[in-house]
Design a protein around this ligand. Structure first.
Ligand code: SIN
Length: 497
């Protein structure tokens, strides 16, 4: 199969890139489940941007740097924020209907922001953005979508990329492309407790690293403070925008413990809130108080403003307007990834990356809330100026592994190892880390898992999606653990005891 642009992943950055690139050539999107099975589809809060007359670029940049513990690439932050207003307008032009009042955008607030600057659609902003982008992509004759298509490896030679090998309909297929784009999202599924969907297994980072890409900032895993404390998997997110509308965290003694901890109180940066909840949970459960008494909002307001959350909480037995909601931190976002420049270039010729899979430097040591959809959108918009439809010539023979049946005993073993990886990461690369244990226990254990996986695949002669996915998780897990070991002092969401 031949295409001009091969996009791996179907979240906001992949779809937005595809729409841009379709003006220059044929685009093929491969996505490992259905097109809407993405982290974008789970994003509740919104998209941060300079949208209000009383806000300005400097303020948004300042909040991003402060939350990122000044570990950010300032040039990348400025580039993103300067392009934030036009990026949101692009989404509106495509058909996204953000909440408005009297013709003006209604804006909300989240942790780390000193201004209400987040455009939103109820509590399902990501779902709405994904819905519109999918619609536009499906309407575009230059774009083809392959669902249930899993990228096995990139085809590379002498620091250049020529496409990818994928598993589709139980066959291994080769796709040659002028330009290949990694837009696979994050790694939350490496952790026992996460808000991320099942697709977030770090495939893009593993693909990139195998092709020779550099990674950075992998130790900065953001834990969202308020996942619902239930047995559901992944954990259901109770958006920070609920606190943005006045809800407060309360401990088992009835104390609003964030009041005195930080000038931004319940809207302090996420790392600070998550760590405090974690500490408070040693003495009993922690709750989110969104009752009408606390927020001064009516039940009707809560139901309208947070329709998804309201419905889910009701299913779990909680009425937002009168019950305290038990919450707990869960792995949510990786701030680092494949190193890219302002145009998504990876250092491997004709290989680009966008969105959560990257390290553009904008998030630093801790991402500012709702900057993720923004980053994905801005960076995947800019690249188009640089794209060329050069001819692909790749005559080398590409070796293919044999496919293992989906239900083979090897697959079952791989699934078992997946659970071990999640457990290990939660235990050693969680909210509080111990570097000596990471070195002595976690890295050797993860290395053992990886060796076992190589044995199962007979050194990659035999494979299938589950086996490769598990291998990807173990490889990325080791990289995160190594990065966490090498960073000696606490910074942002990397906290060592
Ligand atoms: C949230 O709605 O709390 C999550 C938003 C984000 O991760 O930026």
């Amino acid at each position: 199969m031949l295409t001009n642009f091969l996009v791996i992943g179907s979240g906001i950055s992949g779809l937005n890139f595809a729409l841009n690139a379709a003006k220059k050539g044929k685009v093929l999107i491969v996505t490992k489940k259905k097109i809407i099975d993405t982290s974008t589809n789970y994003a509740q809060g919104g998209i941060a941007a300079v949208l209000d007359k009383t806000d300005d670029i400097k303020q948004h940049v300042k909040d991003t740097l402060e939350t990122g513990a000044y570990h950010n690439n300032k040039k990348a932050v400025e580039f993103m924020v300067k392009n934030s207003t036009s990026a949101v307008h692009r989404l509106m032009d495509l058909g996204v209907k953000f909440a408005k009042e009297n013709g003006e955008l209604k804006l909300t607030q989240e942790g780390g922001h000193h201004h209400r600057r987040i455009a939103y659609v109820g509590d399902y902003t990501g779902k709405e953005i994904e819905r519109i982008l999918v619609k536009r992509v499906k309407d575009n004759k230059n774009i083809t979508i392959l669902e249930d298509a899993f990228a096995l490896k990139l085809i590379t030679k002498t620091k250049a990329c020529f496409g990818a090998q994928i598993i589709h309909k139980n066959k291994i297929k080769t796709i040659l492309a002028n330009q290949t784009i990694i837009a696979t999202g994050g790694i939350g599924q490496l952790y026992e407790f996460t808000t991320n969907p099942p697709i977030s297994t770090g495939d893009g980072i593993a693909l990139g690293v195998s092709a020779g890409c550099k990674t950075d900032d992998l130790e900065f895993i953001q834990f969202h403070p308020t996942a619902l404390e239930t047995n559901s998997y992944p954990r259901f997110l109770v958006s920070e925008t609920v606190r943005g509308e006045g809800a407060k965290l309360i401990n088992s003694k009835g104390e609003y413990f964030m009041e005195t901890l930080h000038p931004l109180k319940d809207l302090a940066p996420r790392d600070i809130v998550a760590r405090e909840i974690y500490a408070q949970m040693k003495n009993g459960p922690v709750f989110l108080d969104c009752t009408t008494k606390c927020t001064k909002h009516s039940a009707k307001f809560l139901k309208n403003r947070f329709p998804q959350i309201y419905k889910q909480l009701l299913k779990d037995g909680y009425k937002m307007e009168k019950d305290l909601i038990p919450v707990t931190p869960a792995a949510h976002y990786i701030c680092g990834g494949i190193v890219t420049d302002l145009y998504g270039r990876t250092g491997i010729k004709n290989l680009f990356a966008f969105g959560e899979v990257t390290c553009t430097g904008v998030h630093g040591a801790n991402r500012l809330a709702s900057n993720s959809l923004l980053e994905a959108l801005v960076f995947s918009n800019q690249i188009i100026k640089k794209l060329k439809k050069s001819a692909t010539k790749f005559d080398d023979k590409i070796s293919s592994p044999k496919l293992l049946p989906k239900n083979s005993p090897t697959t079952k073993l791989a699934l078992h190892l997946k659970q071990q990886i999640k457990h290990l990461m939660w235990q050693y690369a969680g909210i509080i880390r111990n570097r000596s244990l990471i070195k002595k226990e976690a890295i050797p254990q993860m290395q053992k898992i990886l060796t076992k996986l190589f044995q199962l695949s007979q050194n990659k002669i035999l494979t299938n999606q589950t086996l490769t996915e598990t291998e990807n998780m173990a490889k990325v897990g080791i990289l995160i653990l190594q990065a966490a070991y090498h960073r000696q002092k606490s910074l942002g969401c990397h906290f060592v005891d």
